[in-house]
Design a protein around this ligand. Structure first.
Ligand SMILES: Nc1nc2c(ncn2[C@@H]2O[C@H](COP(=O)(O)OP(=O)(O)OP(=O)(O)O)[C@@H](O)[C@H]2O)c(=O)[nH]1
Ligand SMILES: [Mg+2]
Length: 309
């Protein structure tokens, strides 16, 4: 997802800023590092840099030394971010090339048209959410619940394995959110990796039985960091209606304690869980729920300059 954009003039002054959704900001030091050597960048070429896990900057310089910076997520498709960046630049250049050529800053901050254009282009980039977990834990039921289907109806209560995977699209705040649901049976375990690629949010579903929780912890979670670095990950402790009725089912607090990650209690066959689940998803996508502790800046100024130029 595109989080923020900036335009800097050749004097390195910020002349435009627009925020789409919350993202932990990168430091001024990081921005300064890019600005410091703009003259070395080739005009019209798009550059990408990942600074701190999860946060990527994409930028380009125009022929007049104005710099366009796009802050986005590491998981978002690079080609789409590149297209966005080029269209950001083209939109401004089409309208203000005379002013840019004479180094007179265009009045971008006041341009409602530019903001509208950016909002529309940002929303055209789909957001990918993936549900993973072992067979029969409730992933498909959760996908249906998110779509607004009444999952308590008998036709949805009957278990049918998902073969390969399924995908649904929902709309959140004008963004298209693609929800991928990967078959959890053993024969599809190899596919999980493919589905996870490029996911911005991963919901790891467990049926809350002790053995499933332990398998999720040992066999699924360790792989996520490698397959989808920077993705927001949340555990869904499903089938909480069985806690206290069948001995192997654990209360979600216990699931959370064993797994050591933020966990959401769920009963996917109860439509009352739809709203809270949607709220969780929205918070994860738009950056209002933080799943990780504040990360320390891991890249020094020198390393960064080297990486970019
Ligand atoms: N009691 C109870 N049953 C549930 C709950 N969620 C799902 N189920 C049932 O569990 C069975 C399996 O659910 P699915 O959603 O198909 O499971 P899945 O994870 O998609 O399974 P695969 O496609 O094989 O990976 C179905 O019969 C559901 O009705 C829940 O919260 N409580
Ligand atoms: Mg399924």
């Amino acid at each position: 997802m595109i989080r923020r954009v900036y335009v800097f003039n050749p004097k390195k002054e910020r002349i435009f800023f627009h925020e789409f959704s919350t993202m932990k900001p990168i430091s001024q030091k990081h921005l300064d590092a890019i600005l410091s050597d703009v003259k070395l960048m080739r005009p019209g070429v798009v550059y990408h840099t990942t600074f701190v896990k999860g946060r990527r900057l994409t930028y380009l310089k125009d022929p007049y030394n104005y710099l366009y910076v796009v802050m986005n997520d590491e998981q978002t498709e690079k080609s789409r971010v590149e297209a966005f960046t080029l269209s950001f630049y083209a939109f401004i250049n089409d309208r203000y090339s005379d002013r840019l050529a004479s180094q007179q800053d265009p009045p971008l901050e006041e341009s409602a048209e530019l903001r509208e254009h950016l909002e529309e282009s940002a929303r055209s980039i789909p957001i990918k959410v993936t549900l993973v977990g072992f067979g029969g834990v409730g992933k498909t039921t959760i996908r249906k619940l998110l779509m607004g289907i009444d999952t308590s109806k008998p036709e949805h209560l009957q278990y049918r394995q998902t073969h390969i995977g399924a995908r649904s699209v929902i709309n959140l705040r004008g963004y298209k959110v693609y929800i991928f649901d990967v078959g959890g049976q053993e024969v599809y375990h190899g596919l999980r990796n493919e589905f996870l690629y490029g996911s911005e949010v991963i919901l790891v579903v467990t049926d809350s039985t002790r053995s499933d929780v332990e398998d999720v912890k040992n066999f699924i979670l360790p792989k996520l960091e490698i397959l989808a670095p920077g993705a927001e990950i949340y555990v869904i402790a499903n089938k909480q209606d069985k806690v206290g009725k069948e001995p192997e089912y654990l209360h979600w607090r216990q699931v959370e304690r064993i797994i050591g990650m933020p966990t959401f209690p769920c009963v996917a066959i109860n439509p009352e869980y739809r709203e809270p689940l949607l709220k969780l998803l929205e918070g994860l996508i738009f950056g209002e729920i933080a799943t990780k502790e504040e990360e320390k800046e891991t890249i020094s100024f020198d390393e960064l300059s080297e990486e970019i130029f």
